[in-house]
Design a binder for this molecule. Structure first.
Ligand code: ZN
Length: 124
C-alpha cells in the first residue's frame, strides 16, 4: 500500500493467519484446534456444531436449548442459520402444543385421557 517498489524484496513474506471461529483469536491455518480456547477448527469442529448434530440435539435432547449451537456453528451459512432458528422455533412450538394438549387431556382424566395420550404418542 503505497510502499516504494524497492522495498518489495525486503518485505517479510505474507503470513496467512486465520481467526478462530469461536474466540476470534489469531491462529495458524494449520492449527486443528485453537491455541487459545481449544475449539476444533475446520474438519475438527465438534459434531454438535454440524447440521446433523444440531438436528439430533434438538430432536432428542435439548429442544430449544440447541439454539446456541445453531447460532454459533461455523458449519452453517447465514441462510442455514436462519433456517435452523425457524425450524427450532417451530419444533419448540410443536412441543409446547403437545405439552399443552397432554396437560389438558390428563386434566380430563380417566380412560379417555389415556387413549388420547396414546394418540399423541402416535399409537392407534
Ligand atoms: Zn479459539
Amino acid at each position: 500500500m503505497g510502499s516504494p517498489r524497492e522495498d518489495a524484496g525486503a518485505a517479510p513474506p505474507a503470513r496467512v493467519l486465520v481467526e478462530c471461529w469461536s474466540c476470534k483469536a489469531v491462529i495458524e491455518p494449520s492449527d486443528r484446534y485453537c491455541r487459545h480456547c481449544g475449539t476444533g477448527q475446520g474438519a475438527d469442529v465438534g459434531w454438535y456444531y454440524t447440521p446433523w448434530g444440531i438436528t439430533v440435539l434438538t430432536l432428542l435432547l435439548l429442544g430449544p436449548f440447541a439454539l446456541p449451537f445453531a447460532l454459533k456453528s461455523p458449519k452453517l451459512t447465514p441462510t442455514g442459520r436462519r433456517a435452523a432458528v425457524v425450524l427450532i422455533a417451530a419444533y419448540t412450538g410443536y412441543l409446547a402444543w403437545g405439552c399443552w394438549r397432554l396437560f389438558h387431556q390428563l386434566q380430563l382424566g380417566g380412560s379417555a385421557g389415556a387413549a388420547d395420550l396414546m394418540l399423541l404418542l402416535g399409537r392407534p
